[in-house]
Design a protein around this ligand. Structure first.
Ligand SMILES: Nc1ncnc2c1ncn2[C@@H]1O[C@H](COP(=O)(O)OP(=O)(O)OP(=O)(O)O)[C@@H](O)[C@H]1O
Ligand SMILES: [Mg+2]
Length: 149
């Protein structure tokens, strides 16, 4: 984890994510949650940011090869950006549908693959932008606004 404080009082956090790393799974989003709590953001905003970050983190770990999560925290806004290398998503609209999942059996046995992660992120986020180049990777931006208590 890298931590920086810039002149405009933006805190930037950065985490690397590895495919199928179930040992560290949830660590990045867990740290983001602790950070936001410590900084005194609204509990409701912390909860939404933490859920969205967790689902996005798990998607990189489960569906991609490797990725990076960057979080920018300013006085009332949380921006969570995930960029990964991997198979990408050929049909974003389909991927956004509740219940759609390409997770294989072994992943479902671990309790993932209900196809609820992306719809859940959309519900939690004030703004969400999902883009992908099939065969290359995926970029997901999640913004939580009015987050300060
Ligand atoms: N970062 C990603 N790279 C490649 N494919 C992805 C990525 N994120 C999501 N997808 C695709 O979109 C589908 C839907 O994602 P979503 O998070 O909604 O469900 P899931 O991960 O399959 O299951 P759940 O999140 O409920 O455990 C995935 O099954 C996968 O095909
Ligand atoms: Mg998911």
């Amino acid at each position: 984890m890298n931590e920086q404080t810039g002149s405009e009082q933006t805190i930037a956090l950065e985490f690397t994510l590895e495919s199928m790393d179930f040992v560290r799974a949830g660590e990045a989003s867990g740290k983001v949650k602790q950070y936001l709590k410590k900084l005194g953001f609204k509990p409701e905003a912390v909860r939404r940011a933490a859920i969205a970050a967790y689902e996005a983190e798990m998607n990189v770990i489960i569906h991609a090869t490797r990725g990076i999560m960057r979080v920018e925290i300013s006085h009332d806004r949380i921006v969570i950006l995930l960029e990964d290398e991997g198979p990408g998503i050929s049909d974003i609209e389909q991927a956004m549908r509740e219940g759609f999942s390409t997770a294989p059996e072994a992943i479902r046995e671990l309790g993932f693959g209900a196809g609820m992660g992306l719809p859940n992120i959309k519900r939690c986020a004030d703004e969400m932008d999902l883009r992908s180049v099939p065969g290359q990777g995926t970029r997901l931006k999640i913004i939580i606004t009015n987050a300060q208590a």
